[in-house]
Write a protein that binds this ligand. Structure first.
Ligand code: ASP
Length: 322
């Protein structure tokens, strides 16, 4: 459910943006790609599957409209992720999974490909939209990453929406924690976008892995592991077993293979995702290049994903073919 304040903010971004009023960039491609986590998506009621498709499409269309109207890819990434964070069907923000101590600890990061500016937060428990706090860290502090109590304090003093931890309560996810069944796993959310100025941005937000130990931090807030953006190269957001994404620096590794080996984003993403598969690390990535071309690769049975380009291409999928 989008709140009135969010609608108003989007309206202001869309219609009062100076880039929009002066835009002479209409021929430049804009594109956005989203993931809602890699996993199994099996044994789920159809209503939930429908809700995931709808949530992806809503985030996709809001992000795309911002790009089409001349807004920055950072705005598109942040606003699309906010929509997913506010949707309890995704493992980020409101829908975050539980730690082994039955608490939620969220991680998020954002990166701007023009100057490789980045911001991240880890282990936050009362911040409604961790992606906005990550952007605040990037734009308003001289640091890149905040964790735990320091991050909560920054959220309070910077005017982020603070919620009681009960906001994130979910009996279903507690039940999932109790059973720890693989087949209902939901992942992280992530968005990569390119705007009419040719700037690539990427962001990732997550509740992490269900049953993680308190204090565990995954790949999502780690620049280069779960998130990467570099103009002229590519932008990546990952989802999957974070420990492996950290150890193999997955997001940057993909872009480095494009940059230094001359691989296409599809080949680079395929290589890295298959290498993860060989060491039994589950996961997936979304990758976008300077032309707005996309790779959406995963080694799990499914990955919730969506893509839209100004050439008219649009797709929203969960399973391999649908
Ligand atoms: N990558 C996330 C983490 O390890 C979890 C996921 O994407 O499912 O925290």
């Amino acid at each position: 459910m989008i709140r009135y304040s969010q609608v108003l903010f989007l309206f202001l971004l869309l219609f009062l943006n100076p880039n929009h009023l002066n835009s002479d960039d209409e021929s430049k491609p804009v594109a956005i790609v989203i993931h809602g986590g890699a996993g199994w998506f099996a044994n789920m009621p159809q209503s939930k599957i429908d809700g995931i498709y709808a949530g992806l499409e809503e985030a996709l269309d809001v992000g795309f409209a911002l790009l089409e109207n001349g807004n920055s890819s950072l705005d598109a990434v942040e606003q699309a992720i906010i929509i997913l964070e506010n949707n309890e069907l995704f493992n980020a923000g409101r829908g975050s999974v539980y730690t082994s101590e039955q608490k939620q600890e969220m991680d998020a990061s954002i990166m701007f490909g023009d100057n490789q500016d980045a911001g991240a937060v880890a282990g936050v428990a009362t911040v409604k939209n961790p992606i906005s706090l990550a952007r605040y860290v990037m734009e308003q502090t001289k640091h890149v990453m905040f964790s735990g109590e320091g991050a909560e304090e920054l959220a309070r003093t910077s005017g982020q929406t603070i919620v009681d931890p009960s906001y994130f309560y979910s009996e279903e996810k507690l039940e999932q924690l109790r059973k720890q069944k693989k087949d209902d796993k939901l992942g992280t959310v992530g968005v990569v976008a390119i705007d009419a100025n040719g700037n690539i941005s990427a962001g990732t937000s997550t509740g992490g892995m269900s049953n993680k130990l308190p204090g565990r931090i995954g790949d999502a807030p780690i620049i280069g592991a779960g998130t990467w953006a570099e103009n002229g190269g590519c932008g990546v957001s990952g989802t999957g077993h974070g420990e492996y994404f950290i150890r193999f620096n997955v997001a940057k590794e993909i872009c480095d293979r494009v940059k230094y080996k001359g691989l296409s984003i599809v080949d680079a993403a395929n290589q890295v995702i298959n290498e993860l598969k060989n060491i039994e690390a589950d996961g997936g990535v979304i990758v976008l290049n300077q032309d707005g071309q996309v790779a959406m690769k995963f080694n799990t049975p499914a990955m919730a994903r969506a893509y839209r380009h100004s050439n008219g291409t649009k797709e929203v999928k969960i399973y391999r073919d649908q």
